[in-house]
Write a protein that binds this ligand. Structure first.
Ligand SMILES: [Zn+2]
Length: 510
């Protein structure tokens, strides 16, 4: 499950303690299930019997083991997971789901900073002055995505107060602000971008009392910019995230040189041009990314279970789960057992069940996607360029993410009746859920956009998302396999299998 700003607030509302199941409750669950399987078709009975907590536990203990190092996108361990999933598809006789391959590959773009090629500086009547990155100046950002040059006149905004900013025209300018005590720049940045400012130049007063720049922006933080990161390639017309105004911080010696070059400078230590003054300087800052040596490819894993009906088999029902998590952070492994080792091993159990079921009328595609935690990359890549056998089309998606924790009888779904995307799959899920010990499915509508179903829904198909709720170990190193309720997890998988069976003839898709 992808983290969002609102997610933290929502988590508080949805978190449930995990009460032990009383013997009476356990009996009730079993009784319901048994009474309904009696008159269920043999194929479905066989399939449901294949879904076994012990097998899911074995898979999940591997997927979420420390050896898998949190399955970051991209990482060697995520590759290992992909090969493991493929092996299982092959063993069970699934057809490749991405052309000739089980791997749907998509490119990521590297975004490492070329620190040596970056520079900043100014020109004045006296000539040109160059500054050195990570010595004379820093920029206050955690990531840089693209090379960019911003150049413009330097206009003072004083200390950046509302009064000083009132009525200024900063179009195309670097707004120069005097920092006395490690000012918070967020509000100033918002204000200057409204006034047309091109960049924020933060210079230090003679009595600056904040942390030295090297402590704020150097060290590990700067190293991570140089080491770089990867991102999803932007589509045509998509704005870069750095469309936000660049911020440059000058240390005091560089500030002294810059102020001395300003028109009207007195050279006094505490001299600063008042807000609105055009300093006569042109400031330039150039950020340069390292040359990309080809794209880095990452994988979704796709397996097809071809349908048996001559017509309906061209319609593909997608069962999806993300198999990535957030890797190692601060030296700690984020195992991601529930998020989403549970869905990953759950879809493997669906594969076992399909093998026992035999061909359904429609074709089923199992898809484990990568990059979910980074921003739904894998499902976005596939939805941008769906790859299916000739003449086939996807007609539905069932997505599972975090299905192994919290109260044994609690399960959430989106879209619900209250959601504008409410559909026949969600309706069927609600109808079938009591057969697996979930008396009623609660609303996960607040999570509709937080997992991969949101990307698949862009294809205009009905989607349903099953989810067992946030908990205290969400996105923490403590999301480990020992805390999973495997009996519950297997019932969620059985519900998915029942749904697949139910969806075989229902009108679906466009
Ligand atoms: Zn997550």
């Amino acid at each position: 499950m992808i983290r969002t700003l609102t997610g933290i607030a929502l988590a508080g509302g949805l978190f449930c303690l995990v009460p032990a199941l009383s013997p009476a409750q356990e009996g009730a669950v079993v009784a319901v299930v048994e009474s309904t399987t009696v008159d269920t078709a043999p194929a479905l009975v066989r399939a449901l019997q294949e879904v076994q907590p012990e097998r899911i536990s074995a898979d999940l203990h591997f997927i979420a083991s420390d050896a898998m190092a949190g399955r970051n996108t991209p990482s060697k361990e995520l590759e290992v997971a992909a090969h493991f999933l493929r092996a299982r598809l092959q063993q069970l006789g699934f057809a490749p789901g991405a052309g000739e391959s089980y791997f749907y590959e998509y490119p990521l773009v590297s975004s490492a900073l070329d620190a040596d090629a970056c520079w900043a500086g100014w020109t004045s009547k006296a000539g040109e002055q160059k500054l050195e990155l990570a010595k004379d100046y820093y920029f206050g950002t955690w990531r840089v995505d693209e090379s960019a040059t911003v150049s413009g006149p330097v206009v003072s905004i004083g200390s950046g107060s509302d009064d000083e900013l009132e009525g200024l025209d900063l179009t195309g300018s670097w707004a120069m602000v005097l920092d006395r005590d490690q000012m918070k720049t967020r509000g100033v940045l918002r204000a200057i971008s409204k006034l047309g400012g091109a960049g924020l130049l933060v210079v230090q007063s003679s009595d600056y009392s904040g942390e030295p720049l090297v402590d704020r922006f150097g060290g590990e933080r700067f190293d991570s910019l140089v080491k770089g990161d990867v991102r999803f390639p932007r589509g045509e017309g998509e704005r870069q995230s750095r469309a936000s105004t660049p911020t440059v911080y000058l240390d005091r010696p560089a500030t002294v040189r810059l102020l001395a070059a300003c028109t009207g400078s007195t050279g006094a230590a505490d001299w600063f041009p008042k807000a609105g003054t055009n300093t006569g300087l042109t400031f330039t800052e150039e950020r340069v990314m390292q040359a990309e040596d080809g794209h880095l490819m990452v994988k979704n894993v796709c397996g097809l279970w071809p349908g048996g009906d001559p017509e309906l088999s061209k319609e593909v029902i997608l069962v999806s789960a993300h198999y990535d998590h957030v890797g190692v952070q601060g030296g700690e492994i984020f195992n991601g057992a529930d998020d989403n080792g549970s869905g990953t091993s759950g879809v493997l159990a669906v594969a076992d069940a399909l093998k026992a079921y035999g061909p359904m009328k429609r074709t089923v595609m199992l898809m484990w996607v990568s990059g979910e935690e980074k921003g739904l990359w894998g499902s976005k890549a596939w939805s941008n360029n769906p790859l299916l056998p000739e003449g086939h089309r996807v007609v539905a998606d069932l997505n599972i993410d975090m299905i192994g924790r919290n109260d044994p009888h609690e399960l959430f779904i989106t879209p619900t009746r209250e959601h504008k995307q409410y559909n026949a799959i969600a309706e069927a899920a609600m109808r079938l859920a009591p057969l697996e010990g979930f008396p009623k499915l609660d609303s996960a509508d607040d999570y509709y956009h937080r997992s991969d179903q949101a990307e698949f829904a862009r294809l205009g198909i009905p989607v349903a998302f099953l989810f067992a709720g946030i908990h205290e170990d969400y996105h923490r190193p403590s999301d480990t396999p020992d805390k999973i309720d495997y009996e519950k997890l297997s019932r969620v998988v059985r519900l998915v299998v029942r749904l697949l069976d139910e969806l075989q003839t229902m009108p679906l898709g466009k």
